[in-house]
Design a protein around this ligand. Structure first.
Ligand code: NAD
Length: 355
């Protein structure tokens, strides 16, 4: 849960509310609702891992296939301390809708392990990944369900999953995961694709609203794959990125941050905090900054009814999945804030994965 949200929200309740709102607006028949609302398959696994101390620690893992009606399930794997079954169900549900919105022949899936990868050594992370991959192996595969990176999972982790799957099959199966390193079949451009989709959808929204992107003020919450690369693309297009944040803190410069220097600093130190030529602000202050474009690119429920009234952006681009709750969305609507929904805004990653 983000520091700015005071009411704990269950992401799956939010996904079900999203569904009912859309189904009611479409006047969807009850029989169709019964077919497409709930996950098709839910797997919960126990992941015992030998730690470097010699002790075995047990982690909880999940894989959810929300729908395979339009094609194999597709969706990332998250390694994070807040992963729960309900969060994975919500993320799998959103994947079904995302693949349908961009009309690619995939269904929706998602997986996760409740763990803090920052506290694991490389060896522990590899053993955890391989054990989790073995546990979900019966339900994944190029024709069934294809995992990808998500929060705190990397191309290296995808390579371990592919290798574990291939060892069990007895031949290399490149199509079992996307987001792999290039030498083993990863796609050029996949690393930047999610952020590029965020950039393109925001650019189109600016055109629609008559806002000049060059010179616009941009604020980005979350500085990982989605957020950092989006910040670079906005900076490259002449926008002024006023503030960015990660778990170490939020940094602000009213004249615009030098984003390539921020990326280099984070690459060197692993954190944003301490970046020179910026002042430190709180997460609540970051979200409330006066700007044209606000990009929540961290986790779900960043903006709820508690803090939606503090937002002063013209456009909110949902780079993260589910960062704005339905109640906050209604407040945005009443304030004339233009929301680009996650299932369109961040669909660039899965689109390149498909190609
Ligand atoms: P990542 O692990 O690369 O980066 C996550 C970033 O968020 C890190 O910088 C972390 O420090 C920051 N963060 C975490 N908690 C935070 C908090 N409370 N406040 C501020 N920053 C915080 O993850 P990612 O792949 O960039 O994913 C971010 C979001 O984008 C997630 O919602 C994910 O589901 C969504 N997404 C990612 C992809 C993709 O291709 N990677 C595709 C679609 C959607």
């Amino acid at each position: 849960m983000l520091a700015t949200a005071t009411t704990p929200m269950n992401a799956y309740d939010v996904a079900l509310e999203n569904f009912d709102l859309a189904a009611n607006a479409l006047g969807l028949d009850d029989s169709i609702r019964a077919m497409i609302k709930y996950p098709e398959r839910i797997l919960s696994v126990s992941v015992p891992v030998r730690m470097d101390t010699g002790k075995i620690v047990r982690f909880e893992g999940y894989r959810v296939q929300h729908s395979t009606m339009r094609g194999p399930a597709k969706g990332g794997i998250r390694f994070h301390p807040n992963v729960t079954m309900d969060e994975v169900k919500a993320l799998a549900t959103w994947m079904t809708w995302k693949c349908a919105v961009v009309n690619i022949p995939y269904g929706g899936g998602k997986g996760g392990v409740t763990c803090n990868p920052k506290e694991l050594s490389m060896g522990e992370l590899e053993r955890l990944t391989r054990r989790y991959a073995s546990s979900i192996l019966p339900i994944i595969g190029p024709e069934k369900d294809i995992p990808a990176p998500d929060v705190y999972t990397t191309p290296q982790i995808m390579a371990w999953i592919m290798d574990t799957y291939s060892m069990n099959k007895g031949y290399p199966v490149h199509g079992v995961v996307t987001g792999k390193p290039l030498p083993i079949g990863g796609s050029l451009g996949r690393n930047e694709a999610t952020a590029r989709g965020v950039f393109y959808t925001t650019m189109s929204s600016c055109e629609h609203l008559g806002i000049r992107l060059a010179g616009s003020r941009v604020v980005v919450q979350g500085f990982g794959n989605a957020g950092a690369i989006a910040a670079e693309l906005f900076h490259g297009a002449g926008a002024k990125v006023l503030a960015v944040s990660d778990t170490s803190g939020c940094i602000f410069n009213e004249n615009g941050l030098d984003i390539p220097a921020v990326v280099a600093y984070k690459g060197r130190t692993g954190r944003l905090e301490g970046f020179p030529e910026a002042t430190r602000i709180t997460p609540a202050e970051l979200l409330a900054l006066e700007c044209e474009i606000l990009v929540p690119a961290a986790l779900e429920n960043a903006i709820t009814e508690e803090n939606a009234h503090t937002i002063h952006a013209r456009i909110v681009s949902e780079a993260a999945n589910g960062p704005v709750t339905p109640e906050a969305d209604r407040i945005f609507n009443s304030k004339g804030i233009f929301l680009i929904p996650d299932i369109l805004c961040n669909a660039g990653g899965v689109t390149v994965s498909y190609f």
